[in-house]
Ligand binder design. Sequence first.
Ligand code: IVH
Length: 719
Amino acid sequence: MYSTAEQRDLYDLSKKLLYTPQAGLPGADAETRVEDLRKVIRYHEWRYYVQNDPVISDFEYDQLYKQLETIETAHPELITPDSPTLRVGKDLTETFAQVEHLTPMLSLDNSYDAEDLVDFDEQVKKWCKLPKETDVEYCVEPKYDGGTIALVYENDRFLRAATRGNGQVGDEISANIRTLRSVPLQAPFSKYGITRAELRGEALIRKDIFEKINRKREEAGETLFANPRNAATGGLRMKDPREAAARGLEAFIYQLGYATDAQGKNILETFSTHDESIHLLRELGFKVPLHKPAPHNHLEETKTCRNIEEVIAFCQAWQDYRDEYPYEIDGMVIKVNRLDWQAMCGFTSHHPRWAMAFKFKARQATTRVRDVEFQVGKTGAVTPVAKLEPVPLAGVTVQNVSLHNEEFIRTKDIRIGDQVLVERAGDVIPYIVKSLTELRDGTEREVEYPKYCPVCHSKLVKPEDEAIWRCENAECEAQVVQRMIFHTSKHAMDIEGLGESTIVRFYKLGWLHSIADIYRLDYEKIAQLEGFGEKSAANMKAGIEKAMKNPIYRLLHSLSVHHLGQKASRLLAAEVSHVLDLKDWDLEKYQDIKDVGPVLARNVYNFFQNEHNIELLQTMESLGVNMRQTDADKKTDVNTDGPLYGKSILFTGTLSRMTREEAEKRAAAAGASVASGVSKHLGILVVGEKAGSKLKKAQALGTVEIWTEAEFLERTETA
Ligand code: IVH
């Protein structure tokens, strides 16, 4: 259909159209741009609908489509009958019988934020000639991301099924649809006076079933499906219905598109709302979006909203819930509930004006790898990082993505200059799904892994049992800075007012060479710095002085010994009265501690055998940093994963739902340490009834969080 070279050109052209402005196009420019847009849209539709393998994200496709629509609205003389805006998609599959839909299957207009929805609501009121203050009722349901289907029933029997095709004509896929158990082969339409009906819906594969299918394919050495939608649309087109059945497809029905009685009279008009027709379909045995949450859901699948504000809130709730839902959805669909109002809104040639899709933020995008840099971490690990052409993705701009290690780059075959598909699911850090190798033009370069540290140039080594190359020079500038950043971080010394950018700045000024220098900063000089002042210098001083009194488990953790985490630091702290006692320990002594393995033992042992490190700690002690075991260090059964880990807490007043003892136990289980009085070290004060002086003192300090008993119970629920 398209040669590789053509595909490359079309891809480049798409990117050019997406990222070069179009405002104020003079006549001739508009004409070329319209032609270019049509060319690339047709190509992407072919990739998406026929090949099931898109090369740009849905969001980018929508943007191209919108551009074309905008220019066509401004220059109606440029509209041609074959424009993609007039006849969406072109069915290019020749192996299935073609059937005509009883009414055209249109598309949906897209919206992306609350403002778009408010505009939509205003438009609806205009078309329905309603005063502005009228509330229009809308049905809102998930926008299922699978394969669109149309089912025809005649005389209470399933007659045939088709794909959407070009909207007028689709592929006949009855044999495959018959295998779906969610599609009834008989349904009592005649009870409601309906002789012939066409239903619209979406065939989907549940996410967990999709994963199983892919696992099986992997075991069998077959290529994997990119996502559940591709597996579903592919399933609908299987030649052998048994293969379609094996995909575990389900059909959700979301619209009664056509209904006539024995005389051929349209009886859709006898319904007064969309809601009512969906209830009927449910009665008839179809799978429809539910008003009541199914057992696995927190949110109802569909809601009849009283006005656009309720619509917006419901869409936003679903945006957050999306990842927990068992099926892939890419947005919500909003439909005017009253059918007489729908009729007043009418249609464009592309979409009904009474409906709107609310698209969730895109989670995938394509962009180019500009370069690969190598970053050195606090323990010397060298991590490759891809520098991308900045691309918006699910609410943030992505330009740096970790490539983890050499193995990752090789198996994904990522090269500098490659176009790559980037994904960001839920809260997950963005990552590269694949490189689009078919778009290469020969100028791409293989990533060359450095043999020497990019910062200090010492030779890198790769320990046998690790996947990562390391710089072993502890004095390497990159490591020194990263160690200082970690030292002050929340999990380590927790120094307020001294963050990453300040450390880098002080380092460049020559004020910081090692972590000991943090404890001899010149606050007068800091106060003079641009962006600082007396107040922030004083805050930093208070933060550092507070950290000097930290229990020693924090200090041990803050030293960046490889593999020495929070938990092991606590185990060690409980065993020594002074940090420097560890310089006299032999290897076995470390290994005698339960939960300390041989690798960690060796790392800590080596650290305390190194003279530089001992000097460093001695200097820190002379500057006032605590090295002696505190009461907090004697407890090793602390829940370091608990919601209150690292916080000190105190209870005051009369608690009504538990005894003081129970409360303290619960706090400890959540990882908190229980304090004996109010001081500036206190993190949280939980206040019962008749609280007195402690509350006043805490309020006066202004640094203590004050919680009610109910809040405490809520915040420790998972403990
Ligand atoms: S209603 C007349 N409702 O979205 C148009 N469509 O761009 C009626 N889709 O391929 C469409 N979930 O298959 C509607 N709850 C839903 C939907 C839905 C998914 C699909 C539809 C079509 C595309 C429209």
